[in-house]
Write a protein that binds this ligand. Sequence first.
Ligand SMILES: [Zn+2]
Length: 92
Amino acid sequence: MVTYYVEAEQPCPDCQGTGVVQHPAWAAYWQEHPLGVYPTSREDEQWFREQGYDYPPDEEVPCSECGGTGIVRERVTLSAALAALGFQRGSA
Ligand SMILES: [Zn+2]
């Protein structure tokens, strides 16, 4: 029996299709610094030094899940693709 495949493409679930994600150090930073509380850039730099960074990293970094493209592709069987589209075997 032959199995046919197609490629399924969808927005990346990790970055919601933007291609970038927040650097984990910045996520930790914002947990400790709620919105509305703005430390000085000097305090920011000190916080990141205490986390092991020589200077604050970029807040947004390329998404590793999609390689920064915002799109993920996967090979699925044709029958799975048709089922996902609402076609059922034997119908038509
Ligand atoms: Zn992504």
